[in-house]
Write a new protein. Structure first.
Length: 229
């Protein structure tokens, strides 16, 4: 296998963040005493959260603001007299306890760890991502975890890729690849950094962006055969 350093995005690549997010959100609102229909509130929260993360990646907001603001805007939209600070704390406490693995994640990491080194590159919150990895069982196969919070820069900024490369035992651009679900963060960042990439695209969405993945797979189980070619 040509690649020796395997970088993975975490959320919606190895961990099913959408499933974990919904479980954590339901647990949070229940703890705050909200007993009405949660689904419409959750849908608006998701849209607000995505927008704020995009702003974070552009350097327009910081992570501490984001963590509370997404709840403040959601509660204001629905006229809920709930505390966004308490909601943020409860939600972040719940995330490591609601981990859901993407199908094939453990098998793929176990296999690739026999061929080289595996690291995580994530825009998530440092201590939350570390706890979620520990809960998932993935930690046994990982050499390092590079987070935007520790680095100070978020994907697709090449500085977080450079930060991750510095954490690896050995970094050779030609034998390094990142696997991720987001064209605008993982794949575009890899293009700019000069390494190979694999777009994890389970929904088989069309690529209308400027990002150009080296490989594309719809299932994690297809990754090892694709890289072995």
């Amino acid at each position: 296998m040509r690649h020796q350093l395997f970088l993975f995005d975490l959320d919606d690549t190895l961990l099913d963040f959408r499933a974990s997010e919904q479980l954590s959100f339901v647990r949070t609102l229940s703890a705050l005493g909200y007993g009405d229909a949660i689904e419409p509130v959750f849908q608006d929260y998701q849209a607000i959260n995505v927008g704020l993360w995009r702003s974070f990646e552009l350097g327009l907001v910081d992570k501490d603001f984001l963590k509370v603001e997404r709840f403040r805007q959601t509660f204001a939209m629905h006229g809920l007299a709930l505390d966004p600070i308490a909601a943020s704390r409860l939600y972040l406490d719940a995330l490591p306890e609601t981990v859901v693995l993407v199908e094939g994640a453990l098998d793929v990491c176990a296999t690739l760890s026999q061929h080289g080194e595996i690291g995580i590159v994530t825009n998530g919150v440092e201590h939350i991502q570390q706890r979620r990895i520990a809960s998932s069982g993935l930690g046994a196969f990982l050499s390092f975890v590079a987070t935007s919070e520790a680095c100070g820069h978020a994907k697709p900024d090449v500085r977080i890729f450079d930060y991750a490369a510095g954490m690896a035992r050995a970094f050779v651009p030609e034998s390094t690849i990142i696997v991720g679900d987001r064209l605008d963060a993982d794949i575009l960042g890899a293009n700019r950094f000069g390494i190979d990439s694999c777009w994890f695209n389970p929904g088989r969405a069309p690529n209308g962006s400027e990002a150009r993945p080296t490989f594309e797979v719809a299932r994690l189980h297809d990754l090892v055969p694709a890289l072995a070619q």
